[in-house]
Design a protein around this ligand. Structure first.
Ligand SMILES: [Cu+2]
Length: 268
């Protein structure tokens, strides 16, 4: 039984590393900050591994070495000042070693000054509204038609045959690569959350409040995310799609949008 379980778990790990579609670890992402976030996550992870190895190592060694059958006698002392100083000081030092780089990254993540583009994102039940502040572009972004048709009861459509099922929209957000994009998030009804793992952004959209964040994508591509705050019955049907394109393609998209060509947006 245990053997089966172990082999099953092993299979799961192998499958996760073999498949590029999903993995156990967080993605490295496509922004400088997402890379930093990933590095922080790995640093904390390895600290945890080291602490686990040391603590359980000492514990198991002590249990084995000082077992009763070997005639071990329990120690009589109830207080040890050196031990207490040690087990206070060492964790404090480890926490500081983690806190300093983490604070640096958090400060960077909060600094959305001097953006190249500002986009106001308003969440609705159950879609997103994007407004490019200086470009005068605004549009709703809803679940793409193939997903809408497939998700209906008795639709007769095999959802596995729908590309990017529940992760595609009719009009994606388009931004240029290597540009600092500031996002101003709010909501029209209930609390939603705008999440794109590859950008390492998960920010709440709260009615009556404006939350601020930013990203600078360093790789072109299509990045997908979802609403991550339970926001009602269609919470699972309001994905986020961000298309990072070259600067000239972005300009062409802006020009087309400003000329009212809504179709081109989703074709980009
Ligand atoms: Cu939502």
């Amino acid at each position: 039984m245990i053997r089966k379980l172990f082999l099953g778990l092993l299979g799961l790990f192998v499958a996760s590393t073999a498949s590029a579609d999903w993995a156990l670890n967080m993605p490295k992402g496509v922004t400088e900050l997402s890379q930093e976030t990933y590095d922080l996550h790995m640093m904390v992870f390895w600290w945890c591994v080291a602490i686990g190895v040391v603590v359980f190592g000492v514990m198991i060694f002590s249990l084995f070495k000082h077992r009763k059958s070997k005639g071990a006698e329990p120690a009589k002392f109830s207080h040890s000042t050196p031990a207490e100083i040690m087990w206070t000081a060492i964790p404090v030092v480890i926490l500081l070693l983690m806190a300093v780089p983490a604070a640096k990254t958090m400060l960077k993540a909060e600094d959305s000054r001097n953006p190249d583009i500002s986009i106001v994102i308003t969440a609705y039940q159950w879609k997103w509204h994007y407004k490019y502040q200086d470009e005068g572009i605004e549009f709703f972004s809803s679940l793409a038609r193939p997903s809408v048709d497939a998700r209906r009861l008795d639709s007769g459509v095999d959802v596995n045959s729908v590309q990017n099922y529940l992760l595609d929209v009719d009009r994606p957000v388009v931004v240029p690569v290597n540009a600092k994009v500031r996002l101003l998030l709010t909501s029209n009804d209930v609390i939603h959350s705008w999440w794109v793992p590859e950008l390492s952004i998960k920010k709440d959209a709260v009615p009556g409040l404006v939350n601020e964040t930013w990203f600078k994508a360093t790789e072109t591509g299509t990045y997908r995310g979802q609403c991550t705050e339970l926001c009602g019955k269609d919470h699972g049907y309001m994905p986020v799609v961000v298309e990072v394109v070259e600067a000239d393609a972005y300009q062409a998209w802006v020009d087309a949008r400003q000329n009212g060509d809504a179709k081109l947006a989703s074709a980009q």
